[in-house]
Design a protein around this ligand. Structure first.
Ligand SMILES: [Zn+2]
Length: 335
């Protein structure tokens, strides 16, 4: 496979050869070093005979991003040898642990709110981003639920990037529309072109007041008693336009009312007959569960979703945020 990158890979391999030789200090006494040298020489030979970059099993090209990261690769993802497959699995398991560590606790009580969240990647890592950030003053909290386009490791990296952006902006005390505007500019400046993220960002105050901006995301719902109020987008997804501008919904929740935000893994879930779960069914479940404690409300959503999909594997990352305005200060923690 002669490509425009062959020269690049040849330079990389020769540089690697030089460094390994320097380590060996001329005398190739070290078994490990001589094996590494042999691998580099074999890769150079593959460049000469035109087979470089092709999987040795299926002869299809090895994934270019993997080859750029490791020019010695000889197998595509479908045909890793056992050791490589184990390494990749270990890497992914570590990535998943790190990602879990970036998430809020399952239940956060602050500023007279009680927030329950659920996060379930479709694969090992997720492109969804959830956050609950109580202000140091204790008077309000910032809620974020976002969904980066794509899936898997690349989406997971962007999720971490997006989280850093929101954490960086949170302290400035900006109105949420401005906060999303800045997040959009930063995301767009620092992310490769085809990637977008839809996002809901809300500031919830201790008096039940909520200011919420929605960047092209599924409308979150406010529910309580007879109330079921969707909060449609107030701007385009992050990353679409450099000049992205947002407005905000302003609303007030009474004690016992709840704000529910979710990613498309919920409403776009499919059953075995390829039917979509849909907003209507979700709204029905939420109406029925509006009076339950927030943790039970979340459980009711999950159990209805499980009844609908009946074991059909999930195709998309799933996250749900259930924020109940309790109107009551959280009990003091025992010291
Ligand atoms: Zn292959």
């Amino acid at each position: 496979m002669a490509t425009a990158l062959d020269g690049y890979f040849r330079d990389q391999l020769l540089e690697r050869r030089r460094r390994i030789s320097d380590l060996g200090d001329g005398a190739v006494a070290h078994g490990h070093l001589s094996r590494l040298l042999a691998e580099v020489d074999q890769a150079l030979a593959r460049l000469d005979d035109g087979s470089y970059g092709l999987c040795e099993v299926c002869h299809d090209p090895v994934e270019p991003d993997r080859l750029l990261a490791d020019p010695l690769l000889r197998f595509c993802l479908d045909h890793l040898d056992d050791a490589e497959a184990r390494n990749l699995e270990a890497d992914l398991a570590l990535a998943a642990r790190i990602q879990r560590g970036l998430l809020p606790a399952g239940v956060v009580r602050a500023a007279r709110w009680e927030v329950h969240s659920l996060f379930e990647p479709a694969g090992v890592v997720s492109g969804d981003y959830l956050d609950v950030l109580p202000a140091p003053s204790g008077g309000e909290l910032l809620l974020v639920l976002a969904d980066v386009s794509g899936k898997g490791v690349s989406a997971g990296l962007l999720m971490a990037h997006l989280r850093a952006i929101f954490h960086g902006l949170d302290g400035a005390g900006l109105p949420v529309a401005d906060l999303l505007g800045r997040a959009n500019r930063l995301f767009r400046q620092t992310t490769l072109a085809p990637y977008l993220a839809t996002a809901v960002c809300a500031r919830a105050g201790a008096g039940g007041e909520v200011e919420l901006a929605n960047a092209g995301h599924w409308p979150p719902l406010v529910l309580g008693g007879d109330r079921l109020e969707p909060l449609p987008p107030t701007g385009l997804p992050l990353g679409v336009a450099a000049s992205g501008r947002f407005t905000a919904h302003r609303l007030a929740l009474a004690p016992g009312e709840t704000l529910v935000a979710f990613s498309d893994g919920l409403v776009e879930a499919r059953d075995g007959a390829d039917e979509v779960y849909g907003e209507e069914r979700l709204e029905q479940v939420l109406r029925g569960a509006a009076g339950l404690p927030p943790g039970d409300l979340l459980a009711a959503c999950m159990s209805d979703l499980a009844a609908f999909t009946a074991g059909t594997p999930r195709g998309d990352d799933l996250s749900i945020l259930v924020a109940r305005y309790t109107g009551e200060a959280s009990p003091e923690r025992p010291s």
